[in-house]
Design a protein around this ligand. Structure first.
Ligand SMILES: NC(=O)c1ccc[n+]([C@@H]2O[C@H](COP(=O)([O-])OP(=O)(O)OC[C@H]3O[C@@H](n4cnc5c(N)ncnc54)[C@H](OP(=O)(O)O)[C@@H]3O)[C@@H](O)[C@H]2O)c1
Length: 310
């Protein structure tokens, strides 16, 4: 990789779940040097444990951590950002790059809290970053130059893919790619449950569901082929396949998925979650999820929501 941070001092404020994922990945890839990396957490005992685990300096003093740092990651919870920015303000200079992953905290709030013209990038990664297959969208504040955007992209490329968007899209990104994994797990588990219902061993059903989800996503990523195209091409055959299966007295898998999602007491709450996901996508200007199961489930889920129960 043609990107080198050696010699740069990096501070990670709030090395919890997301801060910890980023810190660990950047250290493992050799992008950060342990002796120039500083992290903070709230609790002393966690600081000691993390320091031992990662081999970097971890403390609870944010102001000390950012002194002479070239890059500062802000990974504390959104409600703590203002307080932490006010703490570090005395040690902030216009040469530093601040990268915040805090959901829904605008770059302007951080710029204002820091009180000088400093480069602030707002990023929204997701949890699959832990295995290097995350998705991060980032946007720049008022005082960011092209090289700083490139630096931020290179940092997040270590843990997955990165895209630059306008700040006005960041809440939509949070709804889609940052919250998205939770919805995909529900859909994936529901597909696997449907497989179990029609007789597959659970481990096989889970493998089929997971690899199928991965495969479909890979096709879209690799070929750029829109999901719709495949849907239109196969819709006809699928309808016939379902019809043939019903004729033969066997339930079609999509039917089983729908029935499980809608009627199974264990799955009823998931219908509501699916419905919310659909709403989020509507909010984003897209149609409802195009998964066959979701298509079958959503109208019924709306009914359930209207009635206040199944
Ligand atoms: N998790 C995600 O999927 C995700 C995705 C995208 C963005 N984010 C953003 O990432 C940020 C952190 O979320 P998270 O899920 O990683 O939360 P988390 O696991 O609770 O991590 C927060 C960390 O902040 C530390 N902390 C609290 N107050 C502090 C202070 N005053 N100074 C320094 N450190 C302090 C905590 O210390 P202790 O460990 O000692 O309690 C903890 O390590 C949030 O702003 C969130 O919006 C999260």
């Amino acid at each position: 990789m043609g990107f080198d941070l050696s010699g740069k001092r990096v501070a990670v404020l709030g090395a919890g779940k997301m801060g910890g994922i980023l810190l660990k990945a950047l250290l493992e890839k050799g992008l950060l040097s342990p002796k120039s990396t500083f992290a903070t957490v709230q609790h002393e005992e966690r600081a000691r444990a993390l320091s031992e685990k990662l081999g970097v300096m971890v403390g609870t003093d944010n102001l000390a951590a950012v002194r002479n740092a070239d890059i500062i990651f802000v990974c504390v919870k959104p409600q703590v950002v203002q307080e932490v920015m006010e703490q570090i303000r005395p040690n902030i200079s216009s040469k530093q790059l601040v990268i915040s992953v805090a959901a829904s905290v605008p770059t302007s709030q951080i710029e204002k809290a820091l009180g000088i013209e400093v480069a602030v990038i707002r990023a929204m990664p997701n949890t699959p970053c832990v295995l290097g297959c995350g998705m991060t969208a980032l946007c720049k504040g008022k005082f960011v130059n092209a090289q700083q955007v490139e630096t931020a992209c290179a940092l997040f490329d270590i843990v997955g893919k990165t895209v630059v968007v306008d700040e006005k899209h960041m809440d939509a990104v949070t709804g889609l790619s940052a919250s998205g994994p939770a919805y995909i797990y529900i859909i994936l588990e529901s597909l696997a449950e449907a497989g179990v219902k029609v007789g597959l061993p659970r481990d096989v059903a889970t493998l089929l569901a997971a690899q199928t989800t991965l495969g479909a996503a890979t096709v879209v990523l690799e070929t750029g082929d829109h999901v719709d195209r495949g849907r239109i091409l196969h819709q006809h055959e699928r309808v016939h396949a379902c019809h043939d299966q019903r004729q033969a007295g066997r339930p079609a898998l999509t039917d089983v998925v729908a029935v499980y999602l809608v009627f199974g007491p264990r799955f009823a709450p998931r219908v509501v979650v699916l419905l919310r996901f659909g709403r989020q996508l509507e909010f984003l200007g897209h149609e409802l999820p195009r998964l066959p199961a979701a298509q079958l489930v959503l109208p019924r889920a709306r009914q359930i929501e209207r009635r206040g129960g199944p």
